[in-house]
Design a protein around this ligand. Structure first.
Ligand code: SF4
Length: 414
């Protein structure tokens, strides 16, 4: 094979990386090069979250070290049996590209993942080498997210955390059975062991920094993971259950949900079409309900339909409220913050502003309307000094009154 130019490799390896959704870069520690020390910054304009029209983050140089792989995960375009063009960067080439892009202000950092070449340890060593050269030789202070390989030695994963802002290990599929069937070289217990070790390293590093100011940082933006949705038969209830266990057991910052995309020359065990993108979005909304709105996983599961999946036409918060109407209407002048977070159409900011305003005056429906995109969605679930929904809350056709028309599905409802 003729040797490839850097541009050709970049085209192949940036394209191969687009299937990984877990590249958001929030929550890192502040570092900058003000005062002429070092290079790069994670502050201010340094890290921003830009997304391509397909929803992928584009603020980072997001590439694979290589798309060669000795594993054969059915859902992956880079699997060993796939007939794709292959390429491989050396660690130094990735470093040179990152610095060149950074200096041109194209990126704020690097998201680096890889297929597995030779062995898990060999691949992990190369990933760590990229981060080592950037941080130690170039004093690079931009954002680094390293995808780590659960089968690699724990010490190598630890080293990755010493250089990276965030590390992530993909659980890939929501159920052990799905993983065994679609990623036969991977092992669910090994993945969880690796996540457990990262959690222990995070706790230890935090503790050390409380005692010694100069103790080394370890992945200050924490660890995250990604689950593929729709490649197996796992229901949304199973996915929500798995995500909540991952948050509880491994202190994850984020679980990312990535709708399965059919790939060329796909294995016969995969579905022929991708799940609706809105399913991925409903899972993100349910994730927010658990992380910011005080819903227990079992409550989110109560919002699912008989098949265990979240409705696609309405958001999970509205689905829950419609099923448990006995909790409504709530008097916005008296209800607790926790209760009001359950009102469809009221986000965290709106609820906080209601709580702050009602200290000074009694709220009317118009006051609430100013805080929400759709007062029509809120009205059946609240009372104000001048509004009571009377029979509206219990109307049999309330769902159809509130469900957006199909072409107007809302993307970021509270
Ligand atoms: S390990 Fe599996 S998911 Fe990762 S690159 Fe190889 S085939 Fe793809």
């Amino acid at each position: 094979m003729a040797s490839q130019t850097t541009l050709e490799k970049l085209a192949i390896l940036a394209d191969a990386a687009k299937y990984d959704a877990s590249c958001a870069s929030s929550g890192t520690a502040k570092k900058d090069s003000l005062g002429g020390k070092g290079l790069g910054s994670t502050e201010g304009m340094g890290i921003c979250h830009a997304y391509a029209p397909d929803g992928r983050c584009i603020s980072l140089l997001k590439i694979l070290l290589t798309n060669h792989c000795i594993f054969d995960c059915h859902y992956c375009i880079n699997r060993k049996s796939s007939n794709v063009r292959r390429a491989r960067f050396t660690p130094q080439e990735v470093v040179d590209l990152t610095l060149a892009f950074y200096r041109r202000n194209y990126i704020e950092g690097l998201f680096l993942s890889s297929g597995i070449i030779k062995s898990s340890n060999h691949t992990m060593e190369q990933i760590v080498e990229v981060a080592h050269i950037l941080r130690v030789e170039h004093d690079f202070r931009g954002y680094i997210h390293l995808k780590t390989i659960p089968e690699a030695d724990a010490e190598l994963v630890h080293q990755a955390g010493l250089y990276a802002d965030r590390v992530s290990i993909n659980v890939e599929l929501p159920t052990d059975a799905g993983l065994t069937r679609l990623a036969p070289d991977k092992n669910a217990r090994q993945i969880e062991r690796a996540m457990g070790k990262v959690k222990a390293d995070l706790v230890e590093a935090k503790d050390a920094r409380r005692r010694f100011r100069h103790a080394p940082r370890f992945a200050p933006a924490g660890q995250s993971t990604q689950m593929i949705v729709g490649a197996d038969k796992a229901s949304d209830a199973e996915i929500v259950g798995k995500a909540s266990r991952l948050y509880d057991n491994f202190g994850l910052r984020r679980v990312y949900y990535s709708a399965f995309s059919p790939i060329p020359d796909a294995s016969a065990v995969l579905p022929l079409s991708r799940p609706p993108l809105i399913r991925e979005h409903r899972l993100y909304q349910s994730d927010w309900l658990m992380r910011f709105y005080g819903y227990k996983p079992a409550e989110v599961m109560q919002a699912t339909d008989v098949d265990g999946n979240l409705p696609l036409d309405i958001d999970p918060k509205l689905a829950w409220a419609l099923k448990f109407r006995e909790n409504f209407p709530l008097d916005v002048n008296r209800a607790s913050r926790e209760q009001m977070l359950r009102v469809p159409g009221l986000g965290v900011r709106a609820v906080d502003r209601i709580v702050a305003s009602r200290r000074h005056r009694t709220l009317r429906l118009d006051d609430v309307a100013k805080l929400t995109v759709s007062i029509a969605k809120v009205r059946p679930f609240i009372c104000t000094v001048d509004w009571r929904p009377v029979t509206l809350t219990d109307r049999a056709d309330l769902r159809s009154l509130l469900a957006p028309r199909r072409e107007q599905l809302e993307l970021f409802a509270a």
